[in-house]
Design a protein around this ligand. Structure first.
Ligand code: SAH
Length: 454
């Protein structure tokens, strides 16, 4: 039982950071998680939520500041989770991420000796996102765009998102105002009524081609085509306006059905000098500059040669494998989203790659099939979503006996779990390189090299 009471104020010393970058203080062993608070800071804190095992506190007064503290441009960026680390200097953020990886390698993977290299950061760690998904609500009879307060669906109005391409920030406002002029109704979450749910914008980092996706609850879009044409007229970079229909009462942003309101179904962008087509439903890394660094690191770790047969698992639109296809004998890609595989096939053609094959399906299933068919990859790249690798995938990948596995991870906890499994099955992790794909946020991306133990 805790002695901490809701709405009481306590003077505490911050002694740790949670993986989400919240300050942690202990009151007689009971942890309180506190926004905008850094280790070594003494603060007066009000307990705003008190659970059995831990609680949340809000800073009332700060008595000293950690020298790594930096002024926050806009507190709503912390509160909304858009930029939850923006009160830390960038150097401190990079060390925080390296330590996050070290921590889970020790505790979850039981690999305390595995070297974690210093996080590769950006020169200018803001305005990097090439994609935004912005909820729309009605406030005082006006369409409002912004971001939800953490753990809630109360919209905070935001116009400068700090971490997004500023052209995207401007486009969100322009699109919102055009919708307003046409009196388009905002979606109402509680009642599942109204029309416009989200504005999604993608802008090619190098190409500057822009896609606007209007996520609507129902199909009939009064003056939709006219609206799309005005969007194009006001934002000349736009080459694609898509209506995505999502009738469900759900937190999932996009629905399945789509209509093209203007232009093409895809935009193009460049990565490491190659051109890629990107569909509305395909995954594409949001930080282009750092993705190039991430892939370069992965390619260096793999030390590829013309003899190598390579698997690119969770390949999305094929970007990893196509980056090095000319250096190897063959690339086999697998990905679950059909549109992404369509893109990958087009992308292979566009870049004159003839030694790549793509399959739609679950990586764990297709990998087992390849194993049965006798495909013998020498190197396997994996780049799974946050939940990490399926146990069946791990077993199938070991069964084909590759020399190396390159594990690109966006979640240190599942990376650590999977590295433990690989270690037990005879694959030894050699080094981990965190790459900061998400400055100002607590997300940690990394590349790990595993080699077959002899
Ligand atoms: N390698 C790509 C994509 C990485 S994101 C890139 O760098 O851009 C992870 C991808 O895995 C997504 O495209 C997602 O659609 C896909 N995915 C998720 N679960 C999967 C599964 N079980 N099998 C295959 N692909 C899956």
């Amino acid at each position: 039982m805790t002695t901490v009471e809701k709405n009481q104020t306590y003077t505490v010393m911050i002694d740790d950071l949670s993986h989400e970058g919240l300050g942690v203080a202990h009151i007689e062993g009971y942890p309180l998680f506190i926004e905008n608070a850094l280790p070594t800071e003494e603060v007066s804190v009000k307990a705003v939520k008190v659970g059995k095992k831990f609680g949340y506190g809000k800073v009332i007064e700060r008595f000293n500041r950690n020298p790594e503290r930096q002024e926050v441009a806009d507190l709503d960026l912390l509160r909304s989770g858009i930029a939850p680390l923006s009160h830390m200097t960038y150097d401190y953020q990079l060390r925080f991420k390296q330590q996050q990886v070290e921590k889970v390698l020790k505790t979850i993977a039981k690999l305390p000796e595995l070297p974690v290299l210093p996080t590769l950061g950006m020169k200018n760690p803001i305005e990097y996102r090439n994609k935004a998904q912005i909820p729309v609500q009605k406030v005082d009879n006006q369409l409002m765009t912004g971001f939800y307060r953490k753990n809630s669906h109360n919209l905070l109005p935001i116009e400068n998102y700090l971490i997004q391409d500023p052209k995207i920030d401007q486009a969100i406002i322009a699109v919102r105002d055009i919708l307003q002029r046409f009196n388009v109704k905002a979606y109402n979450e509680r009642e599942n009524t109204g029309f416009i749910r989200h504005i999604i914008i993608r802008r090619g980092h190098y190409s500057h081609e822009m896609m606007v996706i209007l996520v609507t609850r129902t199909e009939r879009f009064f003056k939709g085509i006219e609206i799309a044409e005005i969007i194009k007229a006001e934002l000349p970079e736009v080459i694609s306006v898509i209506q995505n229909i999502n009738p469900e009462q759900t937190n999932v942003i996009m629905g399945r059905e789509e209509k093209i309101l203007y232009g093409k179904p895809t935009i193009n962008d460049t990565l490491l000098g190659k051109t890629y087509q990107i569909s509305s439903q395909s995954f594409y890394q949001v930080n282009t500059e750092q993705t190039e660094r991430l892939y370069q690191t992965a390619i260096e770790f793999a030390e590829l040669s013309k003899e190598d047969v390579v698997v690119d698992a969770y390949c999305g639109i094929g970007t990893i494998g196509l980056s090095f296809a000319e250096k190897v004998k063959h690339v086999y890609g697998v990905e679950i989203v059909p549109q992404a595989i369509e893109d990958a096939k087009v992308n292979a053609k566009t870049n004159n790659v003839e030694n790549a094959n793509y399959e739609i399906g679950k990586a764990e299933k297709i990998m087992s099939r390849w194993a049965r068919e006798g495909i013998e990859p020498s190197v396997i790249f994996v780049d799974p979503p946050r939940k990490g690798l399926d146990e069946k995938f791990i077993e199938a990948s070991v069964a084909v006996n590759p020399n190396k596995i390159i594990y690109i991870s966006c979640n240190p906890a599942t990376l650590a779990r999977d590295l433990r499994r690989y270690e037990d099955l005879g694959y030894h992790a050699v080094k981990v390189q965190p790459v900061d794909l998400f400055p100002q946020t607590y997300h940690v991306e990394s590349v790990t090299l595993l080699i077959k133990a002899v």
